[in-house]
Design a protein around this ligand. Structure first.
Ligand code: SF4
Length: 409
């Protein structure tokens, strides 16, 4: 550890030069916050209520998230970095999408299933990481830090990125629990560098009339708006700034590796991987601007996939299409499961003429019980009965899949 590195406080022009050098790496936002004691009660309450669902790592890392000194001893500052990832997608215009009040509604006829915007890029963990490596080298060459004087994370470490980004003034915490930038809306990837270097902090976002003491900190610049919680298809935002992962479509379609609760499936609509509804409806997205794509690589071919193609994905095709993306983490089984749910929603009540029925019937005999269970549900949604699956049902032994059959009786 360098004992000297914290002796100098980086402020004024040297701090601005550091900011410029980091921005030149491709980071759209570079802001600084001082490491201070964080009130961890909100996180503890959220965990105690079980809103982390099966994300046990949230429990394991809670104390580190509250006390960055447990992650890097003698940490004095955190450098918060933002990478804008907004871009127009197929079939939408800039004026239609941000703040569009109908964005959360299911389209009556499906074009292609919906993907979270971030997923339509090569895995951001991989594309942002070289920028963080280069940022570390700047801390070494420009600030005299040693390699052990900093640690960086992009979304995967025990760092409360959104909270620190708000403290650094990169934006404010919206009622949707996201970091909202006045320059980029809801569309920033966040990364943080904990460091023993002392850097004069930037000011957090303020509004003229500060909230009364004890007021909910999330939603500082939301005013009376409640679009995000109103639009959430599964009612996953019980109060401002609090997202219940158990009800969140992003959690259910990405983090949950097993059975998606039946009561949430209809709300999932046509979201095949993740969900941006609470982001898309936010009026602050009127400030969204096209990404520079320095630390991003857009991935073509995913948004263009039809539901029929997804239902017939093979391991080879899955590897080919999703190589290098974050989507590969749900694996083929997770994506087939999600595609079944989408089919059950977009083709509900279409009956035996539905074009998705042949692949769904095939998936009801898939080797994975998770896929089979959701295929059974989808066939029931489409046809209203399960006679097409009589043979598969006779062979079934898995308890979860049998429960799907029983629920449809
Ligand atoms: Fe705040 Fe409205 Fe945006 Fe929700 S949609 S985060 S309430 S401004």
């Amino acid at each position: 550890m360098s004992t000297q590195v914290g002796a100098t406080v980086w402020a004024g022009e040297p701090r601005e030069e550091l900011r410029r050098r980091l921005q030149a790496l491709g980071f759209d936002e570079v802001r600084f916050a001082a490491i201070e004691e964080v009130d961890g009660q909100g996180l503890r309450d959220w965990l105690a209520a079980g809103m982390q669902a099966e994300m046990a790592w949230m429990d394991r890392t809670a104390e580190k998230r509250i006390a960055p000194g447990l992650v890097l001893s003698e940490a004095r500052s955190i450098i918060m970095l933002g990478v804008n990832y907004w871009r127009e997608q197929l079939g939408e215009s800039r004026s239609q999408s941000p703040g569009d009040p109908v964005a959360g509604e299911l389209a009556p006829t499906i074009a292609n299933p919906r993907w979270a915007r971030y997923a339509l890029h090569e895995d951001y963990h991989d594309t942002i990481c070289p920028g963080l490596v280069a940022a570390g080298k700047i801390l070494e060459s420009f600030c005299g830090a040693q390699e052990t004087d900093y640690r960086y994370y992009v979304d995967t470490g025990p760092v409360q990125e959104r909270g620190w980004a708000a403290r650094a003034g990169l934006g404010f915490l919206g009622k949707n629990g996201m970091l909202i930038s006045r320059h980029y809306g809801n569309w920033l990837f966040l990364a943080g560098i904990l460091t023993r270097i002392s850097i004069a902090p930037d000011a957090p976002v303020r509004r003229k009339a500060l909230p009364p003491q004890g007021a909910e900190p999330a939603g500082l610049l939301c005013g009376k708006c409640t679009r995000c919680s109103d639009a959430c298809p599964t009612q996953a935002i019980p109060r401002p700034g609090v997202v219940d992962a158990r009800r969140c479509i992003s959690y259910q379609t990405i983090e949950n590796k097993g059975i998606i609760p039946r009561e949430l499936r209809v709300g999932i609509g046509d979201h095949v991987y993740g969900c941006d509804v609470c982001l898309e409806v936010c009026p602050w997205n009127r400030f969204a601007q096209a990404a520079h794509a320095v630390l991003l690589v857009a991935k073509t071919g995913i948004a263009e996939l039809g539901l029929g193609e997804l239902l017939e994905l093979t391991p080879v095709r899955f590897a080919e299409v999703f190589r290098g993306t974050a989507i590969k983490r749900v694996k083929l089984i997770g994506l087939l499961r999600n595609a079944c749910v989408v089919a059950g929603n977009v083709a509900a009540s279409e009956g035996r003429g539905c074009r998705y029925l042949p692949p769904l019937v095939k998936l009801a005999a898939h080797e994975s019980p998770v896929v089979r269970a959701h295929a059974v549900w989808a066939v029931w949604r489409v046809t209203g009965e399960l006679t097409l699956l009589s043979a598969a049902r006779a062979m079934e032994t898995d308890v979860a899949v049998l429960a799907e059959y029983a629920a449809a009786d």
